[in-house]
Ligand binder design. Structure first.
Ligand SMILES: [Zn+2]
Length: 408
């Protein structure tokens, strides 16, 4: 039996056929009695039910005993995003994750350094003629002591004090140089044009942003997965046909997330070795597409296939070990190779733990009915997926900074 604060909302038994037949759930009834009947009918239709009352296609986890929505009208199913049932947290964990990644995508697109406009260098003689270089040098020297006492910045200062022309920015991370100049100069110089010119003059040797498309492919995959999952959890209970469509979307989303997660590490690790770059990216694209196609087959969604399904996703992700080891061998002298591997191991742990919890249905199998609303395995799995994807986002940022600075 279901207890707690939602007890009154739950139909503990399926509606007897006789009662259902006596209620004509049609609009446009004129008499008060019939109008009341319609309201009662709607109320009963939208009650939460127990596992035993579910049609077979909605029976997925026998350890979650109650708070099920079953074949509600579409409008009420959509509006149930704002009510409490056993899918509420499944919907919201990935909906919040979707908005997080939408924000990260916009933020990353805006944060990326602008590509240097080499045409501006044509005006270099004119700019040098009009800019007071001595004034700029003095302002920079006044501005810099307030910054952290880093060895790179000390070099920067020393070089500034001799000449602006002989500056070597290659030892400084490119983003820092641009940030340094843009943060430092506005307050000190009254002519904004001079500031922009300075950034343009000084940055060509430092800012050579690498292409972002592999990073955005991953962000797109993550957003698709999170939104597909959230929508699936919200709508799958409406009808058998919608449930099949939604579950396919959900599995396709997971496959897309895993496959697109390979893009940033593989591309930025092997961008100077096109053969391996295409080999690894080709492999995961092929496997990802095959898994999406495979997930469209009906048996893929059967409850008995749960462990195989989890194993398939697990193996797909685990195949990432090969390019990671290859990267470590190829870039053994780069600290970024080690740093990114650390993030990738953490991501693997988070996803792996999520897959184990998903397949074993822990903790609800130990106390059936106690985790119906909050704390059951699927919710934990969702949180671990968002955490894993966010770890991968941080991993991607390390790659971008590395390649922006060093190129190929
Ligand atoms: Zn899910």
């Amino acid at each position: 039996m279901i207890g707690g604060p939602y007890e009154g909302l739950i139909a503990t038994k399926p509606m007897p056929e006789k009662i259902n037949e006596s209620l004509h759930c049609e609009e446009g009834k004129s008499s008060l009695k019939e109008w009341k009947g319609v309201r009662l009918c709607k109320k009963i239709k939208n009650q939460l039910v127990e596992y035993n009352s579910l049609p077979s296609y909605l029976r997925d986890n026998e350890y979650i005993l109650g708070y099920y929505r079953s074949e509600w009208p579409l409008k009420h199913t959509i509006l149930s995003v704002f009510s409490i049932h056993n899918e509420t947290l499944n919907v919201w964990t990935h909906l919040i994750g979707f908005f997080l990644f939408l924000f990260l995508t916009i933020y990353t697109a805006m944060k990326a350094p602008t590509v240097v406009d080499f045409n501006s260098l044509q005006h270099l003689p004119k700019m040098i003629g009009t800019a007071d270089l001595n004034k700029i040098r003095l302002h920079l020297l006044n501005c810099l002591p307030s910054l952290p006492n880093m060895p790179d910045l000390l070099n920067f200062k020393n070089e500034l004090s001799t000449s602006l022309y002989s500056l070597d920015f290659s030892s400084l991370p490119s983003w820092n140089v641009v940030e340094l100049l843009t943060n430092c100069l506005p307050e000190q110089l009254s002519i904004n044009v001079v500031k922009d010119d300075m950034v343009d003059i000084l940055s060509p040797s430092a800012v050579q942003p690498i292409t972002r498309w592999p990073f955005f492919v991953f962000l797109g995959g993550a957003m698709f997965c999170l939104l597909a999952s959230s929508t699936c959890h919200l709508l799958a209970c409406h009808s058998q046909s919608l449930s099949y469509i939604m579950l396919r979307f959900d599995y396709a989303g997971i496959s897309a997330l895993i496959a697109t997660s390979f893009y940033p590490p593989v591309y930025y690790s092997f961008m100077c070795n096109p053969f391996f770059c295409f080999l690894y990216l080709g492999f995961i694209t092929l496997i990802g597409t095959a898994t999406i196609a495979f997930s469209l087959l009906p048996f893929f969604q059967k409850p008995w296939f749960r462990k195989y399904r989890a194993s398939l996703f697990f193996l797909m992700g685990f195949s990432g070990v090969v390019p990671i080891i290859h990267k470590l061998i190829l870039h053994k002298d780069r600290p970024e190779a080690l740093q990114t591997t650390g993030y990738e191991i953490l991501m693997g742990i988070l996803y792996g733990l999520g897959a184990v919890i998903y397949a074993t249905r822990i903790p609800e199998r130990w106390m059936p009915g106690k985790f119906d609303i909050a704390g059951h395995s699927h919710q934990l799995f969702h949180v671990l997926v968002v955490a894993g994807a966010y770890t991968h986002y941080q991993d991607g940022l390390v790659y971008l900074k590395w390649r922006d600075m060093k190129g190929c």
